[in-house]
Design a protein around this ligand. Structure first.
Ligand code: GLA
Length: 387
């Protein structure tokens, strides 16, 4: 099992400094980017994320109480929550608290613990920093309590935690990707059944963080969820047995003549889930990601789902002018956050700083960028040797 020594060591050091003891385990979980399949997960469609190199590390030790004490290297304030009857506090440790609460509700004998968190997944950028914290904290809590928790169950607990405890009605993509991803593979998830498949993916991806944070995102996200639920209810008048919105065909959506903007929201969902299948087919033939599918995805998100932003649109247009770039699109929820580009690895490495410099001048914001391969999913290790 490989754990990034830098992040793990930093979490261990923070733990020792804060709690004055040696942690007994370190868990680690990655952020993710989605190659394609956006806003399809909560519509029962398909998604195709990869784990990125940036990760959240949690060093942990049982503390013999019914409290979990949390400290983070990068997030303000340290805090604690009770395992019995925890209440959301609006603080960053709600992700760990919500997860622990779900584990307890599922009958897991979670014990009190001290947790020290170190992460290089930027918060609020749409790279699933919260899912990586949930999964790493959950694995650490399970390890120190001696609970054998399945990755899939953990991901489902994390998803419920986010929905019920933190209040954002997310799909299952982020938690599944963080918990189940495998190096050198994209994770195909059929979000209606929770079935997954590892799809070989040897390319790297340029991630461009527009630096436009999440302020808008949760409200807009919940509004889109309400719209697609209405679209599904209307479609079911014609097709009562339709299991999910993504289960409709583009022809059925067109024939239903849904009122605007529900017609466009539904069109995005049914076309996007089909793009995932086409990208998977190309990868399975040993071809690179078809750039045209990424561009079509972005256009659909921009025009039909209306979750792009001027910054994301600018990036896509600019990236496509860089030699060797084959495709680009927004990734994650949108309304700011991140976009990706695919192409030759060398082209991505040189495009990153050039695009960032132009963006800084044009938008008066400092973007982030990195080139990442498909990285390892969540890991957990016992620490037996003092470091
Ligand atoms: C956010 C959610 C995911 C997914 C994407 C959009 O990242 O957490 O579950 O819905 O938006 O594809």
């Amino acid at each position: 099992m490989t754990i990034d020594p830098r992040g793990a060591a930093a979490a261990v050091q923070l733990f020792r400094r804060t709690f004055g003891a040696q942690p007994t385990c370190v868990a680690s979980a990655p952020g993710r980017v989605n190659l394609i399949g956006e806003h399809t997960d909560y519509n029962g469609g398909e998604v195709l994320p990869i784990a990125i190199a940036a990760r959240t590390h949690v060093a942990a030790r049982a503390n013999g109480t019914r409290l979990v004490r949390c400290v983070s290297a990068s997030l303000p304030e340290a805090g604690e929550f009770p395992l019995d009857d925890p209440r959301p506090s609006g603080k960053w440790w709600d992700y760990a608290a919500g997860l622990a609460d779900q584990m307890v509700r599922h009958g897991a004998a979670v014990t009190g613990a001290d947790l020290a968190v170190w992460s290089d997944v930027p918060a609020g950028a749409g790279l699933a920093s919260s899912a990586s914290l949930e999964i790493a904290a959950g694995l650490a809590l399970a390890k120190i309590a001696g609970i054998d928790v399945g990755r899939r169950d953990l991901a489902l607990c994390a998803r419920h935690a986010e929905e019920e405890y933190v209040g954002v009605a997310v799909g299952i993509m982020d938690q599944f990707a963080s918990a189940l991803a495998v190096t050198g593979h994209a994770l195909r998830i059929w979000c209606d059944t929770g079935e997954t498949a590892q799809i070989p993916f040897g390319e790297s991806v340029l991630i461009f963080d527009t630096g436009v944070g999440r302020t808008l995102r949760s409200g807009a996200f919940n509004a889109r969820r309400a719209e697609v639920e209405s679209a599904l209810a209307l479609l079911r008048r014609h097709h009562p047995s339709l299991p999910t919105l993504a289960g409709a065909t583009p022809e059925e959506v067109a024939a239903a003549e849904l009122p605007a903007p529900l017609d466009r929201r539904a069109r995005h969902v049914v076309t996007e889930t089909r793009r995932v299948a086409r990208v998977v087919a190309a990868l399975e033939r040993g071809e690179p990601v078809p750039g045209a599918e990424l561009l079509a995805s972005h256009e659909s998100l921009r025009r039909d789902y209306e979750c792009s932003s001027p910054e994301l649109d600018w990036f896509v247009e600019r990236a496509m002018r860089a030699p060797g770039v084959r495709g680009a699109r927004l990734t994650g929820a949108g309304w700011g956050g991140c976009a990706i580009a695919v192409g030759d690895a060398a082209a991505l490495e040189s495009a990153g700083p050039e695009i960032a410099a132009e963006y800084r001048v044009g938008f008066h914001r400092t973007p982030g960028w990195r080139v990442t391969p498909a990285s390892e999913g969540a890991t957990v290790s016992s620490l037996t040797i003092p470091q």
